[in-house]
Design a protein around this ligand. Structure first.
Ligand code: ASP
Length: 582
């Protein structure tokens, strides 16, 4: 037996027991005639003591120990004279009687502690060492708990966990496919699934009315912040359901995870908001509602007073920011520069400060508007003393998005984006289609299998942009953590949808013939949802990045630093795959 206990296990009750431990050397301290070693495994740390007066040879052996050596020790549990209240094992230590070095270690390239000195690239290169650190261990434990609790909840509701293939044909989720050349099918390729979308729908046709899978998906996206080329979804589908059934089932899952993983109880139903409302008042389809700063449309109120900038704008919107009326000129100027950055794209920033200390109301448009007029703005925006209105104007859609960014930035500066507070909500009624200006055609906003609202069917021909979808997203703290839709289950409607999306009949037949065909054999009404498992775990772990909750992530450029890949393959492999690299 290598060990009788783990390094996180021994307590005062174990005093006088002879025990065996194994682990990694975290720290060695020589103090007079004693050597203290902190022994670490994933369960915790236990202090070992070697006493020169008792056993000189043994104590001298500790000179050969170094950080991250793997050792086995046997000895007696004794009470510590100076206890460490910060350590669960801090009341005891082990008086070592035998020491066995199981494997030495080179000096690690960074310190393996909660606060490490290693840069991210270095830590990724030696990920197995990074993973020894407690914050990463805790993150992977939390991830494990999330997946176990997800399974528990869905299993109880009679969902079946069914695997679907990885070597498939392309699935249209809006990103590029990773492709796999096939040796046997000369010059032909598999695609890795962007999601199991088509398979889960086929499972519904097959009668497996509740399906789930915690499954890897692959998307060859331009690597924007915090995306990974491979990531995990909690993928689900149900038959004989309407949107309401899906929302209730998965709100239940969310509440279960909040309760079991974070010990937070949501008694009331989650807030629901339409896409149109989210855009109009928060400038985002994933509003962060941990704080207010809802937009007020002041277009009608402020136009026609000879202020050209406003008069020429389609839309003028304000956010009311609490307690910043003491912002200096310099701070406002800096904020103005911030909104003018190309990523935000505003032309300028108008402010109105309601300050108790200075002359009362102060604004950048004093020349055009009287104090009384500004007071009316304040009323409309619910601004009180000490508040400041920040106003952007221009073309409506762009201005809403810019205001949305400004709202998030102000919340960040004011410390309102607290990772320990959670605000979940459903965003509903997304548009079915969005205009792709580059290719001059409509694209599915969610994916081509999403059903339109019944009431909007007739608009499909006359005004496709206005058609609402039976699609929904679950948003937590400004992050979309899941989304899905009620699907089309009628082959004629599905054909029509492909047609609206600009697929010729042959193309649709070629790419999705199997689905259109399946729909002819008794497809039940169905719908589903998929959650970004890494992202959800990161939010629960209060991590900035999904990399923090993945055992072996890739870096921001999609490289695996440890395996040093993507990497070339041999000419022989290339030949076998019938490929030529240029
Ligand atoms: N397949 C969709 C996605 O990956 C989710 C769904 O519609 O269920 O985004």
């Amino acid at each position: 037996m290598y060990r009788s206990h783990t390094c996180g296990e021994l307590r005062i009750e174990n005093v006088n027991e002879i025990v065996k431990l194994c682990g990694w050397v975290q720290r060695i301290r020589l103090m007079g005639g004693m050597t203290f070693v902190d022994l670490r495994d994933r369960y915790g740390i236990t202090q070992l003591v070697f006493n020169i007066a008792k056993n000189k040879d043994l104590c001298e052996m500790t000179q050969f120990l170094g950080r991250e050596f793997v050792i086995q020790v046997e000895g007696k549990v004794i009470e510590r004279s100076s206890k460490n209240p910060d350590l669960p094992t801090g009341d005891i230590e082990m008086d070592v009687e035998t020491l066995n070095i199981l494997n030495p270690s080179e000096v690690p390239p960074f310190t393996i502690k909660d606060e490490t000195d290693g840069g991210e690239e270095l830590r990724m290169k030696y990920r197995y060492l990074d993973l020894r650190r407690t914050p990463l261990q805790k993150a992977l434990e939390l991830r494990h708990k999330m997946s176990q609790e997800t399974r528990k909840y869905l299993n109880e509701k009679h969902f079946l966990d069914i695997e679907t293939p990885f070597l498939i044909r392309s699935t249209p989720e809006g990103a590029r496919d990773f492709v796999v050349p096939s040796r046997a099918g000369e010059g032909k390729f598999y695609a890795l699934p962007q999601s199991p979308q088509l398979f889960k729908q086929l499972l519904m046709v097959a009668g497996y009315d509740k399906y789930y899978q915690i499954v890897r998906c692959f998307r060859d996206e331009d690597l924007r912040a915090d995306r990974q080329p491979e990531f995990t979804q909690i993928d689900c589908e149900m038959s004989f359901v309407e949107q309401e059934d899906i929302l209730q089932t998965f709100e239940g899952l969310a509440k279960h995870l909040f309760k079991t993983v974070r010990n937070i109880e949501f008694e009331k139903p989650f807030l629901r908001m339409s896409y149109a409302e989210a855009m109009e008042f928060y400038g985002s389809d994933k509003p962060d509602l941990r704080f207010d700063m809802r937009f007020t449309n002041i277009t009608d109120l402020v136009k026609g007073k000879n202020f050209k900038v406003f008069d020429e704008s389609e839309y003028i919107g304000a956010i009311c920011v609490k307690n910043i009326s003491e912002y200096s000129r310099k701070q406002i100027d800096e904020l103005t520069e911030w909104v003018k950055r190309p990523q935000i794209g505003a032309k300028g920033l108008v402010y109105v400060k309601f300050s108790p200390n200075t002359s009362g109301i102060k604004s950048s448009v004093d020349k055009f508007y009287s104090a009384d007029e500004l007071k009316i703005w304040a009323e409309k925006c619910n601004a009180q003393e000490q508040d400041t209105l920040l106003i952007l104007c221009g073309e409506k859609e762009k201005t809403l998005v810019a205001l949305g960014e400004l709202r998030l930035e102000m919340a960040k500066r004011l410390g309102l984006r607290d990772s320990k507070t959670f605000f979940p909500l459903w965003v509903l009624d997304f548009p079915l289609l969005e205009w792709d200006a580059e290719n001059q055609r409509f694209q599915a906003k969610h994916h081509p299998f999403t059903s339109p609202h019944k009431e909007d069917f007739s608009l499909l021909d006359s005004n496709p942009a206005e058609v609402r979808a039976n699609a929904y997203d679950l948003v937590i703290n400004g992050t979309e953590i899941g989304g899905g839709s009620i699907r089309i289950h009628n082959s004629e409607l599905q054909k029509k949808m492909f047609n609206v999306l600009g697929f010729s009949q042959e193309e649709a037949e070629k790419q999705f013939g199997f689905l259109l065909n399946a729909f002819k054999f008794g497809a039940p009404p169905h719908g589903g949802i998929a959650f970004g498992f890494d992202r959800w775990t990161a939010i629960f772990n209060e991590s900035e990045s999904i990399r923090d909750v993945m055992a072996f992530p890739k870096n921001n450029a999609g490289r695996d630093m440890m395996l040093d890949t993507p990497a070339p393959i041999s000419q022989q492999q290339i030949n076998e795959l019938h490929i030529r690299c240029v």
